[in-house]
Design a protein around this ligand. Structure first.
Ligand code: ANZ
Ligand code: ZN
Length: 822
């Protein structure tokens, strides 16, 4: 008895697919197009179990769509700029490119072996000059639109990696990459103005509902953090009673608590603090700022942390009642949120209350919620209640009208206005590292900031082979003097290149457009090709990208839309976040020694068994504990499926209508269910259904219809095609055993015959002159007409009639047919 040889099949079919470009789309309009996309990998080493899970999910979708007759594009490329390559190069004293491209080749080999239905002809690497030329081109277009700009600001600084980080890369105060505590530095840096798109990024999420996981949408909404409130202007009074020319604005979400303001706070490192502080207090403030810069944003906002601050010596005047409020600098107020200044309402804001209690400042309740006095309990009260101590809000007791009343009054007196603010900050894109896309700008002493002309792109990275890339806090590119010194593109005088490189999230914000026309030389992509293929039908990747990549790429798409290059605003219709592969309940790690090596698993069980195990383990969004799964069990199942195909003894094309009806019903029911399950991403349940059909077919062969029954062939063929997205190699072998031309990837998805989907049958009695002459198995919803014909055609009925004419036929569907001969 033959059994399936995984290794031989893998080699054979990998070569076949490559030779026949099986997975290169036709792109000729003969079929409807579908674009299936996996988040492209970072070339950090060979593929691991995480890749095995992530990439098999997209592959199941892509292969199924192709079998259903779509022209499928399923491309692959590498996100190949980035810090790990640079760190590896520093360690090994080699060049980041060597490490990067060697790893890419390793991964590419492994992807092929893993049986992914990828279109290799569209392959791209973001570190190739042919690619980053267009990253630079896009940067310049953003700059022309005022969406890329430079400013001085306090930025997140990772002392370990010696580079700045975007807010999104700081997790709980730590560097997302290396875990070092992030500090602040004042630097002149490039930003993308993503805040201009905050509203659209929020509003358009409604079109993603249903297609994207709710959890990702919620994370994006919180990250953008839209707050409705008001700006309120406070005049500032010096110790001598003189007033500052300009009032100071605060942003508040609770303007209705204005009568409860008892002090005023500005961010210590802000220019405002430096300007407001009196000479006596100046030194104290400077020392305090020094300490503040050590703390992360998260620490500063933490309610756990003891409150600290410095009185600045001046007062703010409350615009509704003229009260003088002491102005403090305190680090719980952030410089770059709202206006960097707040009116403190300790009775109704916890951080203000903590501060008031620390420094003995008054607490005044203005909303009576029925709770105890915050000054006593130390717990600020929030929410609706009757307004007290608030003359303008006399008689009101709901927040909405309280806010409306105060905002109207402030607007009438021109002391404030209703406003919306966002938590979202502009995207800091400068990085002081070597292995990234150079910023295509020249700084000229006469002309200032000059963009590199399009026809001089790409600005290539200098070779720097053998140079010291160790982080020094300034870009290593600054050391490449020959590269830095250029003629100004505008006046021709001596000038210097910008030495920062771009955050690699810039590279990954537009790669999916490039796949549509990878060789295009007139722009980043051919708009016609993008129109044909996009939006992406299915995007697959990890939930760790919920607010970084997945927000940035939406922003890029909206800008490209505004530039007239694409005609949609959301690039990904559906998003699947696959779970992770863990072992013994914990993330795999070297230190725990619970790592599972993908290559070794494949060597032992074969690719198909590993793919089947991953898909069958549970819903695709859930984590897989490798300790709970059985690749050996998967392999056994695949062998059973293989033997079915081997046992089939009828010829291809045999008419299944004549075969075993019970098996046929099982087959067609399974086809209908598996189709629906795969379309709704319940891959694991689909595999379970296929397993059941394998068992039913085996039973039919061994104890029923037999191997020559055409219904057995029908079942085996359906199994082969439906299983092929999960287990591509064994099903290619099966397809061949079943006598079909290669390859199963080019086969057609089975279609369920609705007449066979009937849940069960009913026995119908056929009487002639009151005597039972036949029993028929019929569908419960059989029509009278059908039943009449079935009854008359029955051999037993024909015999009993013995040629006699039929006078009347009484049909009571589905149970009874009564025939009266003439
Ligand atoms: C007075 C007030 C009274 C406030 C009250 C809240 C409750 P969200 O909702 O996150 O937008 N705030 C404003 N700017 C700030 C800054 N730069 N740093 C720290 N805190 C700042 O938060 C808005 C609220 O956070 C604002 O409303 C302000 O405190 C504070 F019963 O003003 B509120
Ligand atoms: Zn110049």
């Amino acid at each position: 008895r033959r059994s399936y040889d995984a290794r031989a099949a893998q080699e054979r079919w990998q070569a076949y697919w490559a030779e026949h470009d099986t997975f290169t789309p036709l792109d000729d309009g003969s079929r409807e197009r579908r674009y299936v996309l996996d988040m492209f990998p970072y070339p950090s080493g060979d593929l691991h179990m995480g890749h095995a899970e992530a990439f098999v999910m997209g592959d199941v979708v892509a292969r199924r769509l192709k079998l259903q007759g779509y022209d499928v594009m399923h491309p692959i490329g590498w996100d190949s700029f980035g810090l790990p390559a640079e760190n590896a190069a520093i360690q090994r004293n080699s060049h980041p490119a060597d490490w990067t491209y060697a790893n890419i080749e390793t991964q590419a080999r492994s992807f092929r072996r893993y049986g992914l239905s990828l279109d290799w002809s569209r392959r791209l690497h973001t570190s190739d000059p042919e690619y980053y030329r267009w990253t630079q081109w896009l940067f310049l277009r953003f700059r022309e639109r005022g969406l890329a700009y430079r400013k001085d600001s306090f930025v997140n600084w990772c002392p370990q990696d010696q580079t700045v980080l975007a807010n999104e890369q700081v997790v709980a105060g730590l560097c997302e990459r290396c875990g070092a505590t992030v500090t602040k530095r004042r630097l002149n840096q490039w930003y993308f103005k993503i805040t201009d798109y905050a509203d659209r990024l929020l509003d358009d999420m409604s079109s993603l509902e249903g297609g994207w996981p709710d959890r990702v949408l919620t994370m994006q909404r919180n990250w953008i953090g839209r707050s409705e409130g008001a700006y309120v202007d406070f005049e500032i009074e010096g110790p001598d009673g003189g007033r500052r020319a300009e009032p100071v604005r605060v942003f508040t979400t609770r303007p209705d608590t204005l009568y409860g303001a008892t002090f005023f706070v500005v961010a210590p490192e802000s220019e405002l603090a430096a300007e407001l502080v009196t000479d006596e207090q100046r030194e104290e403030l400077a020392a305090y700022v020094e300490r503040t810069n050590q703390a992360s944003e998260i620490e500063r906002q933490s309610t756990e942390r003891p409150k600290t601050g410095v009185f600045l010596g001046v007062h703010a005047v409350n615009p509704v009642n003229g009260e003088r409020l002491p102005v403090w600098a305190a680090d719980y107020v952030l410089a770059d949120y709202g206006t960097g200044a707040v009116m403190a309402v300790p009775a109704h804001d916890q951080r203000d209350l903590d501060f008031a209690r620390t420094f003995g400042l008054p607490v005044r309740v203005v909303v009576d919620t029925g709770a105890e006095d915050p000054a006593e309990t130390g717990v600020a009260t929030a929410g609706d209640g009757r307004y007290v101590n608030s003359p303008a809000l006399e008689g009101l007791s709901d927040k909405a009208s309280g806010i409306r009343t105060i905002v109207e009054r402030l607007e009438a007196e021109q002391r404030g206005e209703g406003a919306i603010t966002y938590r979202l900050r502009d995207w800091l894109l400068s990085r002081q590292r070597f292995w990234g896309c150079p910023i295509p700008v020249v700084h000229c002493p006469d002309c200032g900031e000059v963009p590199v002309p399009d026809d001089q792109l790409p600005v290539r990275l200098p070779d720097l082979r053998g140079a010291d890339l160790a982080p020094k806090g300034t870009s290593p590119l600054a050391a490449a003097t020959d590269w830095v010194q250029v003629d100004c593109p505008s006046c021709g005088g001596p000038a210097s290149r910008d030495t920062d490189t771009m955050d690699t999230f810039v590279d990954s914000s537009w790669y999916f457009f490039r796949y549509c026309s990878p060789g295009f030389t007139d722009g980043p992509f051919d708009p016609e090709a993008v129109r044909r293929w996009m939006p992406v039908a299915q995007y697959v990747g990890g939930v760790e990208h919920a607010i970084l990549h997945l927000l940035y790429m939406r922003f890029f798409t909206k800008v490209l839309h505004d530039m007239g290059l694409v005609d949609f605003e959301e690039p990904m219709r559906r998003l699947l976040n696959q779970g992770q592969v863990i072992n013994q309940g914990k993330a795999m790690s070297k230190s725990l020694g619970n790592g599972v090596d993908l290559g070794a698993q494949i060597d032992e069980f074969g690719v198909d068994a590993i793919r089947t195990t991953v898909v069958f383990a549970g819903p695709p969004e859930d984590d897989i504990d490798w300790a709970d799964v059985s690749p050996a069990g998967s392999l056994k199942f695949l062998q059973r499926a293989f033997r079915l195909a081997d046992d089939v003894a009828s010829e291809p094309g045999a008419d299944p209508a004549a075969g075993d009806q019970a098996l046929r019903r099982t087959t067609h029911k399974t086809v209908a269910e598996v189709t629906m399950l795969l379309e709704s991403q319940r891959f694991n349940v689909a595999v379970a259904r296929i397993m059941e059909l394998v068992n039913a077919t085996r039973k039919a062969i061994d104890t029923g219809a037999g191997a020559a029954d055409p219904a057995v062939r029908e079942a085996a063929e359906a199994i082969t095609v439906m299983l092929s997205p999960v287990a591509p190699y064994v099903t290619e072998e099966m397809w061949e055993l079943l006598g079909h031309e290669p390859s199963v990837a080019e086969a057609r998805w089975p279609v369920a015959d609705p007449s066979l989907l009937v849940a069960e049958s009913v026995t119908c009695v056929v009487q002639i002159k009151g005597k039972v002459r036949a029993r028929l198995e019929v569908a419960p919803d059989v029509t009278e007409e059908e039943l009449r014909e079935l009854a008359l055609a029955d051999p037993g009925v024909q015999r009993a009639l013995a040629g006699a004419e039929v006078r009347t036929v009484i049909v009571r569907a589905p149970k009874l047919v009564s025939i009266v001969p003439a």
